[in-house]
Ligand binder design. Structure first.
Ligand code: MG
Length: 637
C-alpha cells in the first residue's frame, strides 16, 4: 500500500521523541537510521515495542555503507557486518536493509563483482526473510545515478533485491526521471523523497545542509512521484532529509511540516489524476480542499497611546483617513479605496501583548476566503492552532490561525456578509468609501527567522493553499538575503518570505529589534506614483534616500528619457523592467526601525523589483547606521 513515511534522521532529539513526534503528526511508517539506535539507551526490541505501541511500522533500517565491490579482506568483513545488521533487523521487526553505493577509495568498481556481492547478500537475507535495497548516492565512488544502481540490481537478479530511489540524488545528478516509469514496480525496494532549493552547489554540501521537504525547494517532486507510481510500486514514500535546521527544531514541528508537505504532494497527485479521469490515490487522510481567496481585507497594527500619533501621521501622509471607531475598544479603522488598516491601542488582549513584545507593528492580517469555515477546517486538520478573540456584545467573531511569531491570520468571509462585519464592530463617522491615490495592498513581506523559513513556506502552501516561486538570493551590504514569494491560488495575496545570513543584515537587525519575525514591508499600489510621491512629500512623509549613483547606473542600463530619470532622482523613485512591463516604486523611511511602506506602480509588470533590493538594503543600512550614530552621540553628550 502506498503510504507516507519519514526517516528518523529528519528530526532532532532522542529516538523516543522522534517516533512519538512522527506518530502524533500522522505518520504510520518510519525508516530507522542506525545512528539513532546507537545513541538509543535501550535494546532494539524496545524500539520495536515502542513503534508497535505508537502504531508505527519500521519500514527499513539504513544505511549500510561501503558494501559492494570491495577487495578482500574487506569483502568478508562486510558480509560479517551484514549478519549483525540482520540480527538487529530481527529485533527491530523490519524486513528491509538499505545499502547506499560505495564511496570507498579502494572499492573496485567492477559491475560484475558488485552485482555478485549484492546477489550473495540478497541470498543470505532471503534465508532470514529479509529484503535488500540498493541506492545510488550522488557522490558514490562508481555508482552515482539511479540507472547504474538499477543496472547492478538487474544483473544480480534476485527477487528480494530492489533499487532504492531517492529524489535527492536523482535531481542533484540531473538524472532523467522519465525512464523510472519503465522499472518493474516490484523491484523498487523503497522510494525516498527530498527536495532542495535550485542553487548551484556540490551535491554533498547540498545534501547535508539544504535538503528540505517537498514543496520547500524547487524540484519537480510531484513529477517524480508520478513516475514512481506509474511503475505499480505500492510501498512507503519516505521523507529522508538531512538538514541542520531541522535537527535544531523541535521534532514535533518537523514531523508536522513533513506530513503537511506530503499532504500537498498527495493533493497534487490526485488533482493530476482527476484531470486524466483516473481514480484518486488518497495516500493518507483527505483534507478539505483549500478555499479560494479574494484578497486581504485588513491589516492590523498593534500600538500604544504614545506611539499611535506618529503611526497615524504616517498613515495620513500616505492618504488614509479614519472612517470609523470600534464600538467597544480603543481601535480605529483607516481606509483608502480597498485598503483597510486597523490601529489597535487597547491596553490588554492580544494586540497589546503583541505590542509589548514587538513594539508598533502589524499584529494581524485578515484574508478573505470564499469558504472560511472550510479553510479553517483545513487549517485545523493540519494542526494549525486556531484562535477566537475576546469580543464585545453583538460584535463579529472572526476566527484566526497563528501566523509568523504568533501574529494572527483572520479568516473572513469574501462576500457582503463579510463586509457587514465592519458595521457590526465599527461606528462609521464619515463616508465608508474613501478615495485616494493608493488602491490596494500589493504584497506584505515577512521577515522570518532562518530556522523557521522552510516551516513558514510549508504553512502557507499546505494550510492556506498558496503556491510559491523559485528562491531569490540577493546581496545585503552586511551579508546575504534570500527571498521566496508565496501567492494565494488566484495570485491576489502575495507574501514574500525573507531571511538573511549575517548578523547586521537588514533582516537580521529587524529580527533583533522586532523581537522575532513579522511583517517588515507593506507594499501598496497606486496608478500614478509620481503624483502620489509629490503629494505625500508635501504632507511630510519621508522616503528613503536613494544614492545618486543609482540613477547614473539606471541611465546606463536603460534607454529612459533623461527627464524621466531626473524626475525619479528628484522624488527618490526606483525603476525596474521585465519582459512584460515596467515598474516604479518607492520606500518610506523605517518606522521605529521596524517596518516601512513601499508604494508601487505596476505597468503590466508582475515581479517585485528584486533588482533594486540591494539598493534598498544599502540605503536602509546607511539610514540605520546614521540613527545609531545619532543615538551614540546623544549618549556621549
Ligand atoms: Mg537516500
Amino acid at each position: 500500500m502506498l503510504r507516507w513515511s519519514i526517516a528518523t534522521v529528519c528530526m532532532g532529539g532522542t529516538l523516543e521523541t522522534k517516533l512519538s513526534a512522527a506518530a502524533r503528526a500522522g505518520f504510520r511508517a518510519v525508516e530507522i537510521f542506525e545512528n539513532d539506535l546507537t545513541f538509543f539507551n535501550g535494546k532494539p526490541r524496545q524500539v520495536r515495542a515502542m513503534a508497535d505501541d505508537l502504531g508505527v511500522e519500521i519500514v527499513a533500517l539504513q544505511p549500510m555503507r561501503d558494501f559492494e565491490g570491495m577487495p578482500e579482506p574487506m569483502r568478508t568483513r562486510n558480509f560479517d557486518r551484514a549478519q549483525r545488521k540482520f540480527d538487529l533487523m530481527e529485533e527491530l521487526g523490519t524486513k528491509l536493509l538499505c545499502i547506499c553505493s560505495n564511496v570507498a577509495e579502494d572499492s573496485l568498481g567492477e559491475p560484475e563483482r558488485s552485482a555478485a556481492d549484492l546477489a550473495e547478500l540478497a541470498d543470505q537475507a532471503a534465508r532470514r526473510g529479509f529484503r535488500i535495497g540498493f541506492e545510488a548516492m550522488a557522490w558514490g565512488r562508481h555508482v552515482r545515478d539511479w540507472q547504474q544502481a538499477w543496472d547492478l540490481v538487474h544483473r544480480a537478479d534476485r527477487p528480494n533485491l530492489g533499487v532504492v530511489l531517492d529524489s535527492f540524488h536523482i535531481f542533484a545528478r540531473k538524472n532523467d526521471i522519465d525512464p523510472i516509469r519503465d522499472l518493474p514496480g516490484n523491484r523498487i525496494a523503497l522510494v525516498q523523497v527530498a527536495d532542495a532549493p535550485g542553487i548551484m552547489m556540490d551535491p554533498m554540501s547540498l545534501s547535508r545542509h539544504h535538503r528540505c521537504f517537498p514543496g520547500q525547494g524547487d524540484w519537480a517532486i510531484t513529477d517524480y512521484l508520478e513516475k514512481v507510481i506509474a511503475t505499480g510500486y505500492d510501498g512507503p514514500l519516505s521523507l529522508e532529509i538531512f538538514n541542520d535546521q531541522f535537527r535544531g527544531a523541535p521534532a514535533a514541528t518537523i514531523a508536522r511540516d513533513g506530513i503537511r508537505s506530503l499532504q500537498v504532494c498527495g493533493e497534487e497527485l490526485d488533482a493530476r489524476r482527476a484531470a486524466r479521469k483516473e481514480a484518486p490515490l488518497r495516500i493518507g487522510p483527505a483534507l478539505p480542499p483549500p478555499s479560494s481567496i479574494g484578497g486581504i481585507e485588513f491589516i492590523e497594527f498593534a500600538t500604544s497611546g504614545a506611539q499611535s500619533p506618529s503611526l497615524v501621521a504616517e498613515l495620513e501622509g500616505l492618504g488614509f483617513r479614519r472612517v470609523g471607531r470600534h464600538r467597544s475598544k480603543d481601535v480605529d479603522l483607516y481606509r483608502q479605496n480597498d485598503i483597510n488598516i486597523v490601529v489597535n491601542r487597547e491596553q490588554d488582549g492580544f494586540a497589546h501583548s503583541f505590542y509589548l513584545v514587538h513594539g508598533t507593528s502589524v499584529c494581524a492580517l485578515a484574508i478573505r476566503f470564499a469558504d472560511p469555515q472550510k479553510a479553517l477546517e483545513r487549517a485545523h486538520a493540519q494542526g494549525a492552532p486556531t484562535y477566537f478573540g475576546r469580543i464585545g456584545p453583538g460584535e463579529a467573531l472572526i476566527p484566526a490561525v497563528a501566523g509568523v511569531e504568533n501574529s494572527l491570520i483572520y479568516f473572513m468571509r469574501d462576500d457582503e456578509d463579510g463586509r457587514k462585519t465592519w458595521d457590526q464592530d465599527f461606528l462609521f463617522e464619515t463616508a465608508a468609501a474613501q478615495p485616494g491615490p493608493l488602491k490596494r495592498i500589493d504584497h506584505l513581506s515577512n521577515v522570518v527567522r532562518r530556522s523557521e523559513f522552510l516551516s513558514w513556506i510549508t504553512f502557507y502552501k499546505a494550510v492556506l493553499g498558496f503556491t510559491d516561486e523559485p528562491q531569490v538570493e540577493l546581496a545585503d551590504p552586511y551579508g546575504a538575503f534570500y527571498s521566496r514569494v508565496l501567492r494565494s491560488n488566484d495570485g491576489i495575496v502575495r507574501i514574500p518570505l525573507n531571511i538573511a545570513d549575517g548578523g547586521s543584515t537588514s533582516a537580521s537587525r529587524f529580527i533583533e529589534t522586532f523581537g522575532g519575525g513579522g511583517v517588515q514591508q507593506i507594499a501598496l499600489s497606486t496608478d500614478d506614483l509620481f503624483s502620489f510621491v509629490e503629494q505625500a512629500r508635501a504632507k511630510g512623509v519621508r522616503f528613503l534616500n536613494i544614492p545618486d549613483n543609482y540613477y547614473d547606473d539606471l541611465s546606463a542600463r536603460y534607454d529612459l528619457a533623461p527627464e524621466l530619470i531626473e524626475r525619479m532622482r528628484d522624488l527618490g523613485i526606483l525603476y525596474d523592467r521585465s519582459k512584460t512591463g515596467e515598474f516604479f516604486h518607492i520606500y518610506t523611511r523605517m518606522f521605529d526601525q521596524r517596518f516601512f511602506f513601499e508604494v508601487l506602480e505596476r505597468r503590466t509588470y508582475d515581479l517585485f523589483g528584486a533588482a533594486n533590493t540591494p539598493v534598498r538594503l544599502a540605503a536602509q543600512a546607511s539610514e540605520q547606521d546614521a540613527a545609531l550614530q545619532d543615538r551614540a552621540s546623544l549618549e556621549i553628550d
